[in-house]
Design a protein around this ligand. Structure first.
Ligand SMILES: C[C@@](CO)(OP(=O)(O)O)[C@H](O)COP(=O)(O)OP(=O)(O)OC[C@H]1O[C@@H](n2ccc(N)nc2=O)[C@H](O)[C@@H]1O
Ligand SMILES: Nc1ncnc2c1ncn2[C@@H]1O[C@H](COP(=O)(O)OP(=O)(O)O)[C@@H](O)[C@H]1O
Length: 301
């Protein structure tokens, strides 16, 4: 009996899918195919979805759990789910020595959906990492990144899941400045926002790529640099989802908040704080004041 329990524990594999935050995001140009060229400082939060895999003989299938998994319902666990798409592309790449299996994937969906923090992209990236390992596909890193690109512009950066500068349409990843100690608050008002809609509503000139130092001595210095940058998608995100303005105002009103901004195409907003403790306290107050909002406070990955 004890051995059975141990077997189950050791065959279930787990991968974290951390939330992606764009500390700034410049739309620097546009490709002939319509995709936008970006320059963004991307960081990852301690908040995330969790993907579990229990290999088995039944066809590979996905179950959704967690606050937002239950809200999505079983229909969202089908072939269109980015986790299933990631599994399919990896299966196609598997060589003769791979051990591609079926079984059950369980996605604890803790991150709000269509919210500018790349939840779906992070899930796809987690599935690539997890199944590459579990099936012994042994895809080399450059191939895995090329496969990630086919799943979505944000999937390569989520495959990396560490602080990095992101350019191109999302595929060009280069080292970022070393970040100082800081805390982060994430707030989502509950309205899903479509990324293509927000890009379509963007107006104005393209913004040059940012000039960044190698590191910052503290969060105040980092915020001074970030304030000289922008999120080019913030105005269209407010247009598509007006409650974002209220969310930003409530974050910036928190004691010690140094910056409040939209992440990606929204609607999730983030606040930067000098310490993790200050961020956690602010998150506690925001959650108490707005029971319907999704609120998280803590450290970066
Ligand atoms: C805006 C960003 C910033 O990190 O984040 P989110 O708001 O999605 O979190 C990303 O670029 C989103 O990446 P992702 O969500 O993977 O985009 P995709 O599925 O590849 O593309 C969805 C649609 O967004 C637009 N799109 C996306 C990326 C890009 N560089 N230019 C674009 O114009 C295109 O209209 C595309 O059809
Ligand atoms: N595993 C998944 N989690 C969330 N959304 C998913 C997933 N798979 C597919 N999607 C689809 O991808 C779209 C974008 O979702 P998401 O990645 O959460 O957006 P964003 O990058 O703006 O945070 C959603 O509208 C949803 O229908």
């Amino acid at each position: 009996m004890t051995v059975d329990v141990l077997d189950v524990a050791t065959t279930t594999l787990t991968e974290i899918a951390p939330a992606k935050i764009n500390l700034y995001l410049h739309v620097t140009g546009r490709r002939p195919d319509g995709y936008h060229l970006l320059d963004s400082l991307v960081v990852f939060a301690g908040a995330g979805d969790v993907l579990h895999y229990e290999p088995g003989t039944e066809p590979l299938h996905l179950k959704l759990e967690g606050r937002f998994g239950r809200a999505l319902g079983a229909d969202a666990a089908g072939a269109d789910n980015l986790v299933i798409k990631a599994a399919a592309v990896l299966r196609d790449l598997a060589g003769p020595d791979a051990n591609v299996q079926g079984g059950c994937l369980v996605l604890e969906k803790n991150l709000p959906v269509a919210s500018g923090i790349g939840g779906g992209s992070a899930d796809a990236a987690a599935a690539l990492r997890l199944l590459n390992r579990a099936w012994n596909v042994q895809v080399d890193e450059p191939t895995l990144f090329r496969v990630a690109e086919t799943l979505g512009a944000d999937v390569p950066v989520c495959l990396l899941s560490q602080t990095v500068r992101m350019e191109g349409i999302g595929e060009t990843l280069t080292p970022a400045p070393r970040l100082p100690e800081c805390g982060l608050v994430l707030v989502n008002c509950g309205q899903a926002v479509s990324t293509p809609d927000v890009f379509r509503k963007r107006t104005g000139d393209f913004v040059p790529r940012a000039d960044l130092p190698q590191s910052w001595p503290n969060s105040a210095a980092m915020v001074a640099t970030l304030k000289a940058q922008e999120n080019s998608l913030e105005a269209p995100a407010c247009n598509v989802c007006p409650p974002v303005k209220r969310v930003l105002a409530d974050i910036v009103a928190q004691p010690e908040c140094q910056l409040a901004r939209v992440s990606g195409s929204g609607a999730t907003c983030f606040g930067v704080f000098p310490t993790v403790e200050a961020a956690r306290e602010a998150a506690g107050r925001l959650a108490d004041a707005h029971a319907a909002w999704w609120v998280w406070g803590g450290a970066l990955v």
